[in-house]
Design a binder for this molecule. Structure first.
Ligand code: PGA
Length: 244
């Protein structure tokens, strides 16, 4: 099984989000070969879930670390679970670097997902500077240990390797490099779990380069940003994933 996940971020307005969901709802693919999930903006979360067919699952772009209570502006994993969402992106680089989320906050969000029955997609990745300074592996190690050490049900987590410098830049990671890094990540995760965790690649994935990642044994899926907001490119990626 390969995974094709689409993070819509804040790219689409309400009307275009629903229109894209409708197109995807009518799109046929082999669910025994590809698992597809979309991460709509939370304002349209419920409507997108209702419009989509059962073949496509939904995920939250962000969740709060606590389930309920006096937290103005927050939306919990518990609430997303109530509207039949199955996943949540945790620690996306935009959350880490624009919104200042620390490894500690990310850990709490992962726990909250697991408690609510939502599968966390933990995003990790190094900045350009960290890569240039040769500390990529140290950064990934630290992000993983803070997130997974002594975590109950750590085996439920999905990892997305998203080098910060590759996100939204068109400067995708070299596929061989991604493959090696995934190998490292899988090995690291085995310190905290009994079985291998799925690892996705994200960062400037498009219909044109997707197969160069997804055909690798160590790449279980792709997390696609801007190219997932266009029906033509996203549907092409699903079709191509089916051929592996
Ligand atoms: P991108 O984003 O595909 O637009 O680079 C990926 C992501 O942020 O998950």
């Amino acid at each position: 099984m390969k995974y094709v996940f689409g993070n819509w971020k804040m790219y689409l307005n309400v009307e275009n989000s629903i229109a894209l969901a409708k197109q995807l709802a009518n799109f046929k693919f082999d669910i025994s070969k590809v698992a597809v999930s979309v991460f709509p903006n939370q304002l349209v979360a419920r409507e997108v879930r209702e419009v989509l067919s059962e073949n496509i699952s939904c995920g939250a772009q962000n969740v709060s670390a606590v389930p309920m209570g006096a937290y103005t502006g927050a939306t919990s994993a518990e609430l997303f679970k109530e509207i039949a969402f199955g996943y949540a992106l945790i620690g996306h680089s935009e959350r880490r670097h624009i919104f200042g989320e620390s490894n500690e906050v990310i850990r709490k969000k992962i726990e909250s997902c697991i408690d609510s029955g939502i599968i966390p997609v933990l995003c990790i990745g190094e900045t350009k500077e960290e890569r240039d300074n040769g500390i990529k592996e140290d950064v990934l190690k630290e992000q993983l240990s803070k997130a997974l050490e002594n975590l109950k049900n750590a085996g439920e987590v999905i990892i997305a390797y998203e080098p910060v410098w590759a996100i939204g830049t068109g400067d995708a990671c070299d596929p061989k490099d991604a493959e090696e890094t995934h190998k490292f990540i899988k090995q690291e995760c085995l310190k905290y779990t009994q079985s291998e965790l799925p690892v996705f690649y994200g960062g400037s994935v498009e219909a044109e380069n997707m197969l160069s990642y997804l055909t690798s044994d160590t790449v279980d899926g792709v997390l696609v940003g801007s190219a997932s907001t266009k029906f033509d490119s996203f549907s092409q990626m699903i079709k191509e994933a089916e051929t592996i």
